[in-house]
Design a protein around this ligand. Structure first.
Ligand SMILES: C[S@@+](CC[C@H](N)C(=O)[O-])C[C@H]1O[C@@H](n2cnc3c(N)ncnc32)[C@H](O)[C@@H]1O
Length: 236
């Protein structure tokens, strides 16, 4: 496992631009369609109310953004922010096909330097983004800044299970299923990064500590799928 995995933001941005056209198909195949369920749980935990102003950080092709939009309804507003413009183009096309009447803005921007004023959003989500940002503490501080007092963000990502057995299964799955499947899509190199990024990612209790250091008032990490995934729910 490489401990000196330290990609530049521009490398991460290039990877997600490159894989944009195949990203949704590959996610469906690798999770047997289950990622939609975990994403729905994250959206629910962000507590989106009808008419709310919501943010989906690191929105990629827009799965969580579209789910949030359905929850806040036609009176609400959602912003999907990502720094990979190829992902945003796909997200926009998906919205035009699925939810053409909902108010969704697709914004190219940096999760470490959010282009919003303080106390702006009623709720937020982030799916598989926190593991990819180059400065997790800074990202949490930025999210907290733009949330209204009392508002929540639910952050879904991979997680390293505590059980040795499940941990072995996860490593086997990543090495023997994820990377070869990505190879079928000619994206082996792009998906190989998942293993070191997970090795470096703080575990649930470390994420909770980082959140309190970023001055969230409540922080709970919920393990999913035997701890192979997790949702960090934070309240400002
Ligand atoms: C694994 S994808 C997740 C996409 C989507 N949320 C989902 O769950 O399918 C991670 C996304 O984070 C974005 N990302 C990583 N670092 C970022 C940053 N600093 N600012 C904005 N987007 C970032 C990438 O461009 C990529 O689209």
């Amino acid at each position: 496992m490489t401990n000196n995995f330290n990609p530049e933001a521009s490398d991460i941005q290039a990877i997600f631009n490159r894989i944009a056209s195949k990203y949704d198909d590959l996610n469906d195949r690798l999770s047997f369609g289950q990622h939609a369920i975990w994403k729905m749980m994250a959206v629910k935990w962000s507590d989106p109310k009808s008419g709310a102003i919501a943010l989906d950080l690191c929105c990629g092709s827009g799965d969580l953004t579209l789910m949030l939009a359905q929850k806040v309804g036609l009176q609400g507003q959602v912003t999907g922010l990502d720094f990979a413009c190829a992902q945003l183009q796909i997200a926009q096309t998906r919205q035009e096909n699925k939810l053409p009447k909902h108010a969704i803005s697709w914004l190219e921007g940096d999760a470490l330097n959010l282009p919003f004023s303080d106390n702006f959003f009623d709720c937020a989500t982030m799916g598989y983004g926190l593991r990819n940002v180059t400065d997790i503490s800074r990202c949490l501080q930025e999210v907290r800044r733009v949330l209204k007092p009392g508002a929540k963000i639910a952050i879904l990502d991979f997680h390293r299970p505590q059980s040795d057995l499940i941990n072995m299964f996860q490593q086997w799955y990543l090495q023997n299923i994820v990377v070869p499947t990505a190879q079928d899509f000619s994206m082996e190199e792009e998906y190989a990064y998942l293993i070191p990024s997970l090795a470096k990612f703080p575990n649930g209790s470390e994420q909770v500590n980082l959140a309190y250091r970023a001055r969230f008032s409540e922080a709970v990490h919920y393990p999913l799928l035997g701890g192979m995934m997790g949702v960090l729910v934070l309240k400002k």
